[in-house]
Design a protein. Structure first.
Length: 329
Protein backbone atom coordinates (compact mmCIF):
# COMPACT_ATOMS: atom_id res chain seq x y z
CA UNK A 1 0.00 0.00 0.00
CA UNK A 2 1.32 3.44 -0.96
CA UNK A 3 2.02 5.91 1.84
CA UNK A 4 0.56 9.40 2.06
CA UNK A 5 1.55 12.15 4.49
CA UNK A 6 0.27 15.58 5.35
CA UNK A 7 0.05 18.06 8.19
CA UNK A 8 -1.80 21.23 9.06
CA UNK A 9 -0.24 24.24 10.77
CA UNK A 10 -2.85 25.38 13.32
CA UNK A 11 -1.74 28.96 13.96
CA UNK A 12 -5.44 29.74 14.34
CA UNK A 13 -8.76 27.93 14.29
CA UNK A 14 -9.23 25.53 11.39
CA UNK A 15 -11.39 26.85 8.57
CA UNK A 16 -13.86 25.52 6.06
CA UNK A 17 -11.05 25.93 3.52
CA UNK A 18 -8.82 23.61 5.59
CA UNK A 19 -11.63 21.08 5.77
CA UNK A 20 -12.49 21.07 2.06
CA UNK A 21 -8.90 21.39 0.83
CA UNK A 22 -7.30 18.94 3.24
CA UNK A 23 -9.18 17.20 6.04
CA UNK A 24 -12.09 15.94 3.97
CA UNK A 25 -9.67 14.42 1.48
CA UNK A 26 -7.61 12.79 4.25
CA UNK A 27 -10.71 10.94 5.39
CA UNK A 28 -11.32 9.50 1.93
CA UNK A 29 -7.64 8.69 1.39
CA UNK A 30 -7.21 6.68 4.60
CA UNK A 31 -9.01 3.68 3.12
CA UNK A 32 -6.72 3.50 0.10
CA UNK A 33 -3.35 4.63 1.50
CA UNK A 34 -1.20 4.17 4.57
CA UNK A 35 -2.07 7.59 5.97
CA UNK A 36 0.25 9.61 8.24
CA UNK A 37 -1.17 12.92 9.50
CA UNK A 38 0.55 15.26 11.94
CA UNK A 39 -0.11 18.57 13.64
CA UNK A 40 2.75 20.81 12.49
CA UNK A 41 3.33 22.70 15.74
CA UNK A 42 7.00 23.51 15.00
CA UNK A 43 5.86 25.39 11.91
CA UNK A 44 3.52 27.45 14.09
CA UNK A 45 6.32 29.31 15.85
CA UNK A 46 8.05 30.88 12.84
CA UNK A 47 6.10 33.91 14.08
CA UNK A 48 5.20 34.65 17.70
CA UNK A 49 2.14 32.85 19.05
CA UNK A 50 0.55 33.47 22.42
CA UNK A 51 1.29 30.19 24.32
CA UNK A 52 -2.26 29.80 25.67
CA UNK A 53 -3.79 30.40 22.24
CA UNK A 54 -1.34 28.04 20.58
CA UNK A 55 -2.05 25.28 23.09
CA UNK A 56 -5.81 25.62 22.50
CA UNK A 57 -5.41 25.68 18.73
CA UNK A 58 -3.32 22.50 18.85
CA UNK A 59 -5.89 20.74 21.02
CA UNK A 60 -8.73 21.88 18.78
CA UNK A 61 -6.83 20.76 15.69
CA UNK A 62 -6.51 17.20 16.98
CA UNK A 63 -10.15 17.14 18.08
CA UNK A 64 -11.27 18.44 14.68
CA UNK A 65 -9.08 15.94 12.82
CA UNK A 66 -10.99 13.21 14.64
CA UNK A 67 -14.36 14.96 14.37
CA UNK A 68 -13.95 15.26 10.61
CA UNK A 69 -13.55 11.50 10.33
CA UNK A 70 -9.87 10.63 10.63
CA UNK A 71 -9.70 7.18 12.23
CA UNK A 72 -6.66 6.43 14.45
CA UNK A 73 -7.17 2.75 13.58
CA UNK A 74 -6.52 3.58 9.93
CA UNK A 75 -4.21 6.62 10.19
CA UNK A 76 -1.20 7.56 12.29
CA UNK A 77 -2.05 10.89 13.96
CA UNK A 78 0.55 12.70 16.07
CA UNK A 79 2.08 15.97 17.23
CA UNK A 80 5.22 16.96 15.30
CA UNK A 81 7.28 17.74 18.42
CA UNK A 82 6.54 14.29 19.85
CA UNK A 83 8.84 12.84 17.17
CA UNK A 84 12.24 14.50 17.60
CA UNK A 85 13.54 13.19 14.29
CA UNK A 86 11.59 15.95 12.49
CA UNK A 87 13.79 18.71 13.91
CA UNK A 88 16.97 16.65 13.49
CA UNK A 89 16.36 15.84 9.84
CA UNK A 90 15.14 19.41 9.30
CA UNK A 91 18.60 20.71 10.19
CA UNK A 92 20.29 18.12 7.97
CA UNK A 93 18.08 19.15 5.05
CA UNK A 94 18.89 22.82 5.73
CA UNK A 95 22.55 21.87 5.28
CA UNK A 96 21.66 20.47 1.86
CA UNK A 97 19.58 23.46 0.72
CA UNK A 98 21.00 26.43 -1.19
CA UNK A 99 20.22 30.03 -0.22
CA UNK A 100 18.95 30.75 -3.72
CA UNK A 101 16.31 28.07 -3.34
CA UNK A 102 15.03 29.55 -0.09
CA UNK A 103 15.09 33.07 -1.55
CA UNK A 104 12.65 31.90 -4.21
CA UNK A 105 10.11 30.43 -1.79
CA UNK A 106 6.88 32.38 -2.13
CA UNK A 107 6.09 33.11 1.52
CA UNK A 108 9.51 34.57 2.29
CA UNK A 109 9.79 36.35 -1.06
CA UNK A 110 6.38 38.01 -0.68
CA UNK A 111 7.04 39.20 2.87
CA UNK A 112 10.49 40.51 1.92
CA UNK A 113 9.03 42.37 -1.07
CA UNK A 114 6.53 44.06 1.23
CA UNK A 115 9.41 45.22 3.43
CA UNK A 116 8.24 43.33 6.50
CA UNK A 117 10.55 43.70 9.47
CA UNK A 118 11.64 41.20 12.10
CA UNK A 119 11.20 38.10 9.95
CA UNK A 120 12.71 35.11 11.74
CA UNK A 121 15.29 32.63 10.50
CA UNK A 122 12.64 29.98 11.12
CA UNK A 123 10.36 31.59 8.55
CA UNK A 124 13.24 31.51 6.07
CA UNK A 125 14.28 27.89 6.66
CA UNK A 126 10.93 26.24 7.39
CA UNK A 127 10.76 24.72 3.84
CA UNK A 128 13.73 22.56 4.90
CA UNK A 129 11.76 21.30 7.89
CA UNK A 130 8.75 20.73 5.67
CA UNK A 131 10.89 18.62 3.37
CA UNK A 132 12.10 16.62 6.36
CA UNK A 133 8.52 16.10 7.53
CA UNK A 134 7.72 14.41 4.24
CA UNK A 135 10.81 12.33 3.45
CA UNK A 136 11.24 11.09 7.01
CA UNK A 137 8.40 8.65 6.33
CA UNK A 138 9.17 7.87 2.69
CA UNK A 139 5.80 9.31 1.69
CA UNK A 140 4.80 8.50 -1.89
CA UNK A 141 2.17 11.24 -2.04
CA UNK A 142 1.57 14.58 -0.35
CA UNK A 143 -1.93 16.07 -0.72
CA UNK A 144 -1.56 19.85 -1.01
CA UNK A 145 -3.39 22.92 -2.22
CA UNK A 146 -2.10 24.37 -5.47
CA UNK A 147 -0.45 27.18 -3.50
CA UNK A 148 1.70 24.63 -1.63
CA UNK A 149 2.94 22.74 -4.68
CA UNK A 150 6.18 24.78 -4.63
CA UNK A 151 7.14 23.22 -1.29
CA UNK A 152 6.76 19.69 -2.62
CA UNK A 153 8.83 20.61 -5.69
CA UNK A 154 11.63 21.82 -3.40
CA UNK A 155 11.29 18.62 -1.37
CA UNK A 156 11.69 16.57 -4.54
CA UNK A 157 14.84 18.53 -5.47
CA UNK A 158 16.35 18.08 -2.00
CA UNK A 159 15.49 14.38 -1.96
CA UNK A 160 17.18 13.76 -5.29
CA UNK A 161 20.20 15.83 -4.22
CA UNK A 162 20.61 13.81 -1.02
CA UNK A 163 20.15 10.49 -2.83
CA UNK A 164 22.78 11.50 -5.41
CA UNK A 165 25.27 12.47 -2.70
CA UNK A 166 24.80 9.60 -0.28
CA UNK A 167 23.01 6.82 -2.16
CA UNK A 168 19.32 5.87 -2.33
CA UNK A 169 17.86 6.92 1.01
CA UNK A 170 14.51 8.65 0.53
CA UNK A 171 11.46 8.16 -1.67
CA UNK A 172 10.90 11.11 -4.04
CA UNK A 173 7.34 12.30 -3.19
CA UNK A 174 4.60 13.35 -5.58
CA UNK A 175 2.17 16.25 -4.91
CA UNK A 176 -1.50 15.30 -5.04
CA UNK A 177 -3.86 18.19 -5.79
CA UNK A 178 -7.64 17.79 -5.56
CA UNK A 179 -9.54 18.73 -8.74
CA UNK A 180 -12.33 20.45 -6.80
CA UNK A 181 -11.85 22.44 -3.60
CA UNK A 182 -8.06 22.55 -3.69
CA UNK A 183 -8.14 26.25 -2.92
CA UNK A 184 -11.23 27.75 -1.30
CA UNK A 185 -11.25 31.53 -1.52
CA UNK A 186 -12.29 34.27 0.92
CA UNK A 187 -16.00 35.08 0.95
CA UNK A 188 -15.25 38.80 1.25
CA UNK A 189 -12.39 38.93 -1.29
CA UNK A 190 -12.42 36.01 -3.75
CA UNK A 191 -9.00 37.02 -5.07
CA UNK A 192 -7.48 35.76 -1.81
CA UNK A 193 -7.43 32.32 -0.22
CA UNK A 194 -9.74 31.73 2.75
CA UNK A 195 -7.35 32.30 5.61
CA UNK A 196 -7.18 31.99 9.39
CA UNK A 197 -5.53 35.41 9.39
CA UNK A 198 -8.54 37.15 7.78
CA UNK A 199 -8.51 40.59 9.42
CA UNK A 200 -12.21 41.34 8.89
CA UNK A 201 -13.36 37.84 9.97
CA UNK A 202 -16.09 38.11 7.32
CA UNK A 203 -14.46 36.13 4.56
CA UNK A 204 -13.49 33.09 6.60
CA UNK A 205 -15.75 30.39 8.04
CA UNK A 206 -14.26 28.52 10.98
CA UNK A 207 -15.24 24.93 11.69
CA UNK A 208 -16.31 26.00 15.18
CA UNK A 209 -18.28 29.08 14.06
CA UNK A 210 -21.80 29.43 15.41
CA UNK A 211 -24.12 28.19 12.66
CA UNK A 212 -26.03 31.47 12.47
CA UNK A 213 -22.75 33.34 12.00
CA UNK A 214 -21.60 30.94 9.29
CA UNK A 215 -24.90 31.40 7.47
CA UNK A 216 -24.63 35.19 7.74
CA UNK A 217 -21.12 35.13 6.24
CA UNK A 218 -22.31 33.11 3.25
CA UNK A 219 -25.36 35.28 2.64
CA UNK A 220 -23.07 38.34 2.72
CA UNK A 221 -20.46 36.80 0.39
CA UNK A 222 -19.17 39.00 -2.41
CA UNK A 223 -20.48 38.02 -5.85
CA UNK A 224 -20.84 40.38 -8.84
CA UNK A 225 -23.30 42.54 -10.76
CA UNK A 226 -23.83 40.18 -13.70
CA UNK A 227 -26.71 38.35 -12.08
CA UNK A 228 -26.07 35.19 -14.12
CA UNK A 229 -25.46 31.83 -12.46
CA UNK A 230 -22.74 30.15 -14.50
CA UNK A 231 -19.20 28.82 -14.13
CA UNK A 232 -16.92 31.74 -14.97
CA UNK A 233 -14.01 31.71 -12.54
CA UNK A 234 -12.26 34.66 -14.15
CA UNK A 235 -15.17 37.10 -14.30
CA UNK A 236 -17.28 35.74 -11.42
CA UNK A 237 -14.75 34.42 -8.86
CA UNK A 238 -17.04 34.96 -5.86
CA UNK A 239 -19.91 33.02 -7.40
CA UNK A 240 -17.55 30.30 -8.61
CA UNK A 241 -16.16 29.96 -5.09
CA UNK A 242 -19.64 29.49 -3.58
CA UNK A 243 -20.55 26.84 -6.14
CA UNK A 244 -17.24 25.06 -5.53
CA UNK A 245 -17.88 25.01 -1.77
CA UNK A 246 -21.34 23.52 -2.27
CA UNK A 247 -20.00 20.95 -4.74
CA UNK A 248 -17.18 19.88 -2.42
CA UNK A 249 -19.54 19.30 0.51
CA UNK A 250 -22.58 17.88 -1.28
CA UNK A 251 -20.83 15.54 -3.69
CA UNK A 252 -22.75 17.08 -6.58
CA UNK A 253 -20.95 18.40 -9.65
CA UNK A 254 -20.60 22.15 -10.07
CA UNK A 255 -22.44 21.85 -13.38
CA UNK A 256 -25.39 20.15 -11.68
CA UNK A 257 -25.66 22.96 -9.13
CA UNK A 258 -25.52 25.60 -11.85
CA UNK A 259 -28.27 23.81 -13.77
CA UNK A 260 -30.53 23.76 -10.70
CA UNK A 261 -30.18 27.48 -9.96
CA UNK A 262 -29.87 28.74 -13.53
CA UNK A 263 -32.11 31.75 -14.07
CA UNK A 264 -32.59 32.30 -10.34
CA UNK A 265 -31.11 35.01 -8.15
CA UNK A 266 -27.88 34.78 -6.19
CA UNK A 267 -29.88 34.84 -2.95
CA UNK A 268 -31.40 31.40 -3.56
CA UNK A 269 -28.01 29.93 -4.45
CA UNK A 270 -26.42 31.44 -1.34
CA UNK A 271 -29.21 30.02 0.81
CA UNK A 272 -28.52 26.57 -0.65
CA UNK A 273 -24.77 26.92 -0.02
CA UNK A 274 -25.50 28.04 3.55
CA UNK A 275 -27.74 25.00 4.13
CA UNK A 276 -25.05 22.63 2.87
CA UNK A 277 -22.28 24.27 4.91
CA UNK A 278 -24.29 24.49 8.14
CA UNK A 279 -25.39 20.85 7.89
CA UNK A 280 -21.73 19.81 7.63
CA UNK A 281 -20.58 22.10 10.45
CA UNK A 282 -23.36 20.84 12.72
CA UNK A 283 -22.15 17.24 12.37
CA UNK A 284 -18.50 18.19 12.90
CA UNK A 285 -19.23 20.34 15.95
CA UNK A 286 -21.31 17.61 17.62
CA UNK A 287 -18.46 15.10 17.25
CA UNK A 288 -15.91 17.72 18.33
CA UNK A 289 -17.80 18.31 21.59
CA UNK A 290 -17.84 14.60 22.38
CA UNK A 291 -14.10 14.27 21.73
CA UNK A 292 -13.15 17.31 23.84
CA UNK A 293 -15.15 15.94 26.77
CA UNK A 294 -13.41 12.55 26.56
CA UNK A 295 -9.74 11.55 26.98
CA UNK A 296 -9.43 10.39 23.39
CA UNK A 297 -6.98 13.12 22.30
CA UNK A 298 -4.26 12.03 24.74
CA UNK A 299 -4.66 8.38 23.77
CA UNK A 300 -4.54 9.10 20.04
CA UNK A 301 -1.43 11.30 20.28
CA UNK A 302 0.50 8.86 22.48
CA UNK A 303 -0.27 5.93 20.19
CA UNK A 304 0.46 8.01 17.08
CA UNK A 305 3.81 9.21 18.44
CA UNK A 306 4.92 5.65 19.16
CA UNK A 307 4.00 4.44 15.68
CA UNK A 308 5.52 7.47 13.94
CA UNK A 309 8.73 7.32 16.00
CA UNK A 310 9.25 3.68 15.07
CA UNK A 311 9.35 4.68 11.39
CA UNK A 312 11.23 7.97 11.84
CA UNK A 313 13.95 6.67 14.18
CA UNK A 314 14.79 3.82 11.83
CA UNK A 315 15.11 6.27 8.94
CA UNK A 316 17.36 8.59 10.97
CA UNK A 317 19.73 5.74 11.80
CA UNK A 318 20.18 5.14 8.07
CA UNK A 319 20.60 8.87 7.34
CA UNK A 320 23.27 9.43 10.00
CA UNK A 321 25.13 6.32 8.94
CA UNK A 322 25.26 7.40 5.29
CA UNK A 323 26.31 10.96 6.09
CA UNK A 324 29.06 9.78 8.44
CA UNK A 325 27.66 11.28 11.64
CA UNK A 326 27.86 7.99 13.49
CA UNK A 327 30.82 6.78 15.55
CA UNK A 328 30.68 3.10 16.42
CA UNK A 329 31.81 2.39 19.97
Amino acid sequence: MKRMLSGIKPTGQLTLGNYIGALKNFVSYQDDYEMIVFIANLHCITEYQDPADLRKNLTDAVALYLACGLDPQKSIIFLQTDVHAHAELGYIMACNTYLGELNRMTQFKDKAAKGEKNMTAGLYTYPCLMAADIILYDADYVPVGDDQKQHVELTRDLTQRFNNKYGETFVVPQPLIAKVGARIMSLSDPSKKMSKSDETNKGCIYLLDDLSLARKKIMSAVTDSLGIIQLDKENQPGLYNLIEIASSLSGRTMEDIVKEFEGQGYGKLKAYVADVVCAELEKIQARYKEIIESHKIEEVLKDGALKASAIADKKMEDVKKKIGLEIKY
